[in-house]
Design a protein around this ligand. Structure first.
Ligand code: NAD
Ligand code: MG
Length: 390
């Protein structure tokens, strides 16, 4: 039996992962499940799957989790330290599906005990790519991509060598506002931004898809994971979300990965890798689809993509700053304190402030520095938002 842990088990990726694992319960021994405030779901799944431990991210929910698990023999734990302790529990395969930079430290801990880390949490590579890859190397651990585009690239690279790769193209559906006139974007509401045309995902990544911040993170994730030059990464708007990514080779060939927009494909590929096993995903009927369309992204519409290029150019702690500022700007948008287009403005001004402050961006890329920088970036977004409001 393979020992598996799922971080962010109560979320969209977490639940899809549990769906696959529950279909073959005899193959897996569940070690740790983690969640946030959804205690009843976390406890129910922990009992159903016979986990050793269930962890909520929130200290003040420990008593609730304890009572929900009473009599089950499953250990309950809460808080940051407990999340990291869950990462330290020996496991063969760990799903990293916490949303946001909060997923970084538990993931690094799982790498330190040599686990294969299935990485849905793209923030891990955006905030600390070189550090994470080095940790995996030092501890003999493996990172497998779960983001659909990166899983697609990974699959299109099987049997190939990175030296023959000329470019990587990741696709973007264009999100909720793809067909909106530019002038209407300023007034886009949280509700409007929270519905995705093709994918069913958590609220935060759905809004990030509408603003293209999700694609911006993914471009950086592509650079970090595959070690390719920023100039060799392209984004292509593809409204149908059928082609997830393409790898362009030096002989001009493009290898495209196609599939239904169902995250269980990428999760299952990482779960069974290096094998391919049956997965309960819809089979494409291309004749019925009839056609696929592609267009270049409009950078005026999506400032996040331009910011991602600047972040890749600068390197170091800039990824952590970019991500933290984006997360905090998103908090403010969800709380209706700023408007849709203000998010990119806030991120941009915080990046500029870091650039103008000596010694911050160029500090070495350590977990401590990432966390301190993350904290400061969030504080500066708050200041920016307050200033504008006042
Ligand atoms: P979600 O919001 O549905 O779930 C997030 C999970 O993280 C939940 O279990 C929640 O309880 C937990 N969580 C939230 N805040 C936390 C904190 N501060 N500390 C610890 N745990 C916390 O999110 P999701 O859509 O499943 O996305 C998870 C990750 O996977 C994100 O990084 C996202 O970008 C990435 N991803 C998601 C999809 C998708 O289809 N949903 C696709 C590609 C990549
Ligand atoms: Mg993706």
């Amino acid at each position: 039996m393979r020992k598996v842990s799922i971080f962010g088990a109560t979320g969209s990726i977490g639940q899809n992962t549990l769906d696959l694992i529950s279909r073959n319960p005899n193959a897996y021994d569940v070690v740790a499940l983690t969640g946030g405030g959804n205690i009843s779901k976390l406890a129910q799944d922990a009992v159903r799957l016979g986990a050793d431990v269930a962890v909520t991210a929130f200290d003040d929910r420990l008593d609730d989790l304890r009572s929900a698990l009473a009599g089950s023999g499953i250990k309950a734990a809460a808080g940051q330290a407990a999340l990291i302790e869950a990462g330290a529990r020996p496991a063969d395969w760990v799903m990293s599906a916490i949303v946001g930079a909060a997923g970084l430290a538990p993931g690094i801990e799982a790498l330190r005990q040599g686990a294969t880390l299935a990485l849905a949490n793209k923030e891990t590579l955006v905030c600390a790519g070189p550090l994470v890859l080095e940790t995996a190397r030092n501890y003999g651990a493996r990172l497998l991509p779960v983001d659909s585009e990166h899983s697609a690239v990974f699959q299109a690279l099987v049997g190939e060598d990175m030296t023959s790769v000329e470019r990587i193209i990741i696709t973007a559906s264009g999100g909720a506002f793809r067909d909106w006139p530019l002038r209407d974007l300023a007034n886009a509401t949280v509700e409007q931004a929270s519905s995705h045309p093709n994918w069913n995902m958590g609220q935060r990544i759905t809004i990030d898809s509408a603003s293209m911040f999700n694609k911006a993170l993914e471009v950086i994730e592509t650079k970090e994971y595959f070690g390719i030059q920023p100039s060799e990464i392209e984004v292509l708007v593809h409204p149908e979300s059928i082609v997830h990514a393409m790898v362009g080779y030096r002989d001009g060939a493009l290898m495209a990965h196609m599939g239904a927009p169902d995250m269980r494909h990428a999760i299952g590929y990482a779960l069974h890798w290096p094998e391919r096993l049956d997965l309960p995903v819809a089979r494409l009927d291309l004749a019925q689809l009839g056609q696929l369309s592609f267009s270049a992204p409009d950078e005026a519409r999506y400032p996040a993509l331009r910011l991602a290029r600047e972040v890749m150019q600068r390197g170091g702690l800039t990824g952590a700053i970019f991500n933290a500022a984006k997360e905090r700007a998103l908090d403010h948008f969800i709380a209706r304190r700023i408007r849709f287009l203000d998010m990119a403005d806030a991120v941009s001004s915080v990046l500029e402030r870091f650039e103008a402050t000596d010694g911050l961006i160029d500090a070495p890329l350590t977990l401590d520095n990432v966390q301190q920088t993350d904290h400061l970036a969030r504080q500066w977004v708050d200041e920016t938002v307050l200033e504008r409001a006042g």
